[in-house]
Design a protein around this ligand. Structure first.
Ligand SMILES: Nc1ncnc2c1ncn2[C@@H]1O[C@H](COP(=O)(O)OP(=O)(O)OP(=O)(O)O)[C@@H](O)[C@H]1O
Ligand SMILES: O=c1[nH]c(=O)c2[nH+]cn([C@@H]3O[C@H](COP(=O)(O)O)[C@@H](O)[C@H]3O)c2[nH]1
Ligand SMILES: NC(=O)CC[C@H](N)C(=O)O
Ligand SMILES: [Mg+2]
Length: 542
């Protein structure tokens, strides 16, 4: 493990790094993911990144796809200084067009758009110019690829040769005769291009000569060393820990790094899942040795939520703000308790479970996307508390966090838990949140999840829950008329939670869940299944 003197501060300083410059494609982050799967470290920055402001040297640069046309007046362009760096460059789709535009201004709107599968013919040049073939080395002459473009090159820029064609795109692949510059019109990062990962490997490993040494184990060692150096010998850290995978993994890292100088706090806001606070406490304390305080603030939260009926944003704000208040009070208490002891230092740091997609969103050159709903945010704690942030997962994607959690010995059922929002069941109870409504929603949710697990479907589904609708329907139970509430089940499949599709359960499964909920949960006489994708729906109900 590194000592403080030789402390590796950022992964790009120790690992050979491929820089992805993002032009706004929906798939840009997948390029980074694919490279990391090859154990090549990669980071993504906006396409507008000034190279003079970059403090580290990439081994290679990939220009991503994007929704613009390079010939538009307001199209984004890469800092021309990338072509002065002595590193290989690969342009993908818009990226190819950007290279062509830089060298020849030769891109225009095609007569035919090309979306979906296409057959690529590779052109080899061995003999005179072997390096231009390097991108397709070891790949077949005919490849299935995936395209998504409307623009095309009118001709090759000077000094480039064709390395691949499709029936609609005579310049589907090009390479510079002397320099390691390549462009491809198709997307190697999507699974619909079956040999795409091999192509990215050819670029990163063979052409850029990047070492394949990015592993979770090394990342953990570095991160622990970095945390120790940041916090110092005495510093104390407080962390909001929900029992969700992100905050649990972050907490485990902190605990490994600084032991009992890390204080994890779980706020029971009265709208957690059934018996959740107890279970999380047990898992974190007993199995993971994390010093967790559960603050029971359920009455306070439910008191504040009383009477809030028609405005979901109001619920979210009440919960978000009260989280902050409770957390601040707790930080003060911990500091006061530690004040007398010899090891005590001030609480200067706040742990957050920020992931790479959140970072990407906030650095996007397009700016953050429109607010659909206010996600409760521990970042809001900063103003009053003057805490500095530690975000050990800020370079990782969710599936990498799961891998890291597994490496750290966190039990599988915790690592693979479905995400659960901070405002909890409150945003799954449409209408007023009362203790009785919480009971109904919780019990129904518990049955639904129990059945999903029993059917072996939990890992196939990305997120599932029961919501409680604010309407009553008539039913007949035991020959008596009932007038009770309606539960809506929701289960979705998604890779990034930005878009999602509802899960196609079979009828028998739904029958069983419905029967159990109506029989076992008092106050419910009907169950419906939500078959809305996102968009236009969102995953949560409010
Ligand atoms: N009940 C809670 N008590 C303390 N902190 C919480 C609570 N709920 C949420 N948080 C904080 O808010 C952060 C964001 O919540 P979010 O649900 O996105 O992440 P998570 O709970 O760690 O993981 P997951 O996405 O798997 O649910 C958490 O990482 C945690 O710091
Ligand atoms: O910690 C959180 N605080 C919130 O306020 C919040 N709102 C939504 N979510 C989660 O975000 C993902 C996308 O949800 P939506 O489609 O409903 O926006 C889903 O996984 C949601 O559960 C939240 N998580
Ligand atoms: N996917 C892309 O990068 C598309 C690039 C460009 N907008 C085109 O239509 O050709
Ligand atoms: Mg959560």
């Amino acid at each position: 493990m590194a000592t403080n003197d030789e402390l590796p501060i950022e992964p790009h300083e120790t690992f050979d790094t491929i820089l992805v410059l993002d032009f706004g494609s929906q798939y840009s982050h997948l390029i980074t993911r694919r490279l990391r799967e090859l154990n090549v470290y990669s980071e993504m920055l906006p396409c507008t990144q000034k190279l003079s402001e970059l403090s580290w040297e990439p081994k290679g640069i990939i220009l991503s796809g994007g929704p613009y046309s390079v010939y538009w007046d307001d199209a984004p362009h890469v800092d021309p200084a990338v072509f002065d760096l002595d590193v290989p460059i690969l342009g993908i789709c818009y990226g190819l067009q950007e290279i062509a535009w830089h060298f020849g201004k030769n891109v225009l709107a095609g007569e035919k758009r090309e979306y979906g599968h296409a057959f690529l013919k590779v052109e080899r040049h061995s003999g005179k110019n072997t390096h231009v073939d390097a991108l397709f080395n070891g790949l077949e002459d005919d490849m299935e690829v995936w395209m998504s473009h409307g623009d095309k090159l009118s001709n090759l820029p000077p000094s480039f040769v064709t390395i691949a064609t499709t029936s609609n795109a005579p310049f589907a692949g090009m390479a510079h005769e002397d320099k390691p510059y390549y462009g491809i019109q198709f997307h190697p990062e999507v699974t619909h291009t079956p040999r795409g990962t091999q192509l990215l490997k050819n670029f990163a490993v063979d052409i850029c000569k990047a070492r394949q040494d990015w592993t979770m184990g090394k990342f953990v060692d570095q991160e622990i060393a970095r945390i120790r150096a940041l916090v110092g010998e005495k510093g104390q850290v407080i962390g909001a820990v929900s029992g969700g995978v992100d905050s649990t993994v972050a907490a485990k890292l902190m605990q490994e790094a600084i032991g009992d100088r890390f204080h994890a706090v779980l706020v029971d806001n009265g709208v957690l899942r059934l018996k959740e606070a107890q279970q999380v406490k047990e898992t974190l304390t007993k199995h993971l040795g994390i010093n967790l305080t559960v603050v029971d603030a359920s009455e306070r939260f439910l008191g504040l939520l009383k009477g809030v009926k028609d405005d979901p944003e109001k619920k979210r704000k009440i919960i978000g703000n009260t989280f902050i208040e409770v957390f601040q009070e707790e930080a003060k208490k911990i500091a006061a308790e530690a004040a007398g002891s010899s090891k005590a230092g001030e609480i200067e740091w706040l742990l957050q479970g920020t992931l790479y997609p959140d970072v990407i969103e906030s650095i996007s050159f397009k700016g953050p996307s429109a607010t659909i709903k206010t996600h409760h945010n521990v970042g809001g704690l900063l103003a009053g508390m003057h805490l500095k942030l530690i975000e050990p997962l800020r370079e990782l994607f969710k599936d990498e966090v799961r891998e890291l959690g597994t490496n750290l010995g966190i039990p599988e059922e915790l690592v693979w838990r479905h995400p659960f929002p901070g405002p909890g069941i409150a945003i799954r109870i449409l209408g007023e949140v009362t203790p009785e409504q919480v009971r109904i929603a919780r019990e129904a949710d518990h049955i639904f999840i129990e059945e999903i697990k029993a059917a072996g479907l939990y890992r196939k589904i990305s997120q599932a829950f029961a919501a409680l609708l604010p309407v009553k329907a008539v039913g007949v139970m035991g020959d008596k008329r009932v007038h009770d509430q309606v539960i809506a089940l929701r289960a979705v499949e998604t890779s990034d939670f930005m878009t999602a599709d509802w899960y196609p359960f079979d009828g028998q499964f739904l029958k069983k869940v419905s029967r159990r909920i109506v029989n076992e949960v008092e106050g419910v006489c009907r169950v419906v299944y939500d078959i809305t994708s996102k968009p236009p729906g969102t995953i949560e109900m409010e």
